[in-house]
Ligand binder design. Structure first.
Ligand SMILES: Cc1cc2nc3c(=O)[nH]c(=O)nc-3n(C[C@H](O)[C@H](O)[C@H](O)COP(=O)(O)OP(=O)(O)OC[C@H]3O[C@@H](n4cnc5c(N)ncnc54)[C@H](O)[C@@H]3O)c2cc1C
Length: 383
């Protein structure tokens, strides 16, 4: 077992650090940290395009589609470094979810049309899965797509479709056959957000992020935008979900390091209970890092991390919860102050993390659903 990165990987990491040293500004980080409240802001698009020029936005894409044909480890290092520097937007669905799935199931025309533009930082995708009656039970989705000539006509409502207020496209799950068992009548397609008939309404989340309700009223989507075969969409979504559940941890590590510094500076570590609590968090953070490494290692070996990625998702989001809870207790009332308050420590990051953790347990699949997958797929327990 060797936990070191190779000399080439360390060199790559150094290049990323140098690039970020000269590219990041406080304004950019502030913009990224506003999350989906604004989505991808102008400074972030600019950074993405500069990265795209180097093939760094989607390094694992093949060179012909604007990537570097890089290893998963290089991609991991990139997202780890960027999240550590708080410069990685939470929502890069094109790079992380749509791109890899299109590489597997897309037509040549779709790959040409979308992959290069994703890799250059020109376009972004929202995920259009969830509906009022289809969240955990995604196969129950009802938004209807009826084929008429060269188009599908889409009608119905989605909810919690986060990127729809700033993305150019939506990666849309629809029902194309209502007469077969529910998993079998679903298709996946790409819709241009500018298509007439799409209405986006904001839904605000407790951590200040924005998500959306999206209404489709006779929306025309060209048949050429269908992914793979009609009615096999549910299986492509499973692939896309596996990609969605690989999460970088650099930002958490950075916040934890800053928190430990704060504990030292404020003399809070004189209390043995505080030391116990901080040591426990440090141990869990290390375990999280190793779980994330394992998922990257599996993907690099072309093994789908079907139940190992859910382990990272559930551990990561519940660690956010335990960390922000413990830190709030240790910091006392100061830990509850929001960014902008006169006496706020650590720029209010602990307080924001506390609110953010509550929703991260739900978005991208709730903790209960992740545990169901670990139990049934990983441990072969009954459904
Ligand atoms: C901030 C935010 C952003 C989101 N962004 C997107 C997005 O961009 N695109 C998108 O398509 N969706 C998005 N979602 C939707 C998200 O994936 C769903 O909210 C999530 O899957 C849960 O579905 P639900 O809200 O319908 O809850 P439900 O499925 O109704 O679940 C309610 C509760 O019951 C539990 N539960 C349900 N079924 C089971 C079961 N079988 N076993 C045990 N417990 C169960 C759940 O864990 C949960 O606690 C987002 C959600 C949030 C909150």
């Amino acid at each position: 077992m060797d936990f070191h990165f190779s000399p080439e990987e360390e060199k790559f990491r150094e290049e990323i650090r140098n690039f970020l040293d000269t590219s990041l500004t406080d304004e950019l980080v502030e913009e990224v940290e506003r999350g989906t409240e604004i989505g991808i802001g102008p400074l972030t698009w600019e950074l993405m395009q500069r990265m795209g020029e180097r093939g760094w936005l989607a390094p694992a894409f093949p060179k012909e589609y604007g990537g570097l044909g890089a290893t998963r480890w290089q991609q991991f290092l990139l997202s780890d470094e960027m999240t550590y520097r708080r410069a990685y937007p939470l929502h890069l669905c094109g790079v992380g979810i749509v791109g890899p799935t299109l590489l597997q199931y897309g037509t040549d025309e779709q790959k040409q049309e979308y992959l290069t533009r994703i890799a250059r930082g020109e376009i972004e995708f929202a995920l259009g899965y969830t509906e009022p009656e289809a969240g955990s039970d995604l196969a129950n989705l009802q938004v209807k797509a009826e084929r008429k000539g060269d188009f599908y006509i889409i009608n119905g409502q989605k909810v919690f479709n986060t990127g729809c207020h700033f993305s150019q496209y939506v990666w849309l799950a629809v029902r194309t056959d209502p007469n077969v068992s529910k998993h079998k009548g679903i298709s996946l397609m790409i819709a241009d957000m500018k298509t007439p008939g799409i209405t986006v309404r904001p839904l605000w989340v407790m951590d200040n992020d924005r998500t959306n309700e999206v209404f489709y009223d006779d929306v025309k989507v060209p048949v050429k935008n269908l992914i793979g075969e009609e009615n096999r969409g549910f299986y492509y979504i499973l692939t896309a979900l596996a990609h969605e559940r690989s999460f970088p941890t650099g930002d958490l590590r950075r916040t934890f390091e800053e928190f430990v510094e704060y504990v030292k500076e404020e003399g809070l570590g004189d209390d043995p209970l505080v030391r116990q609590s901080v040591a426990q968090l440090a141990t869990e953070l290390q375990a999280l890092q190793l779980l994330a490494y394992r998922v990257t290692w599996l993907v690099e070996k072309h093994t789908s991390p079907n139940w190992e990625a859910p382990m990272v998702k559930v551990y990561l989001t519940e660690f956010m919860w335990r960390f922000s809870n413990a830190a709030t207790e240790i910091m006392g009332p100061y830990g509850q102050l929001r960014k902008g308050s006169k006496w706020v420590p650590l720029v209010g990051r602990i307080e924001r993390l506390y609110r953010h953790a509550a929703r991260r347990n739900i978005s991208a699949g709730s903790s209960e659903i992740q545990r169901n997958t670990i139990a049934t797929v990983g441990l072969k327990l009954p459904r």
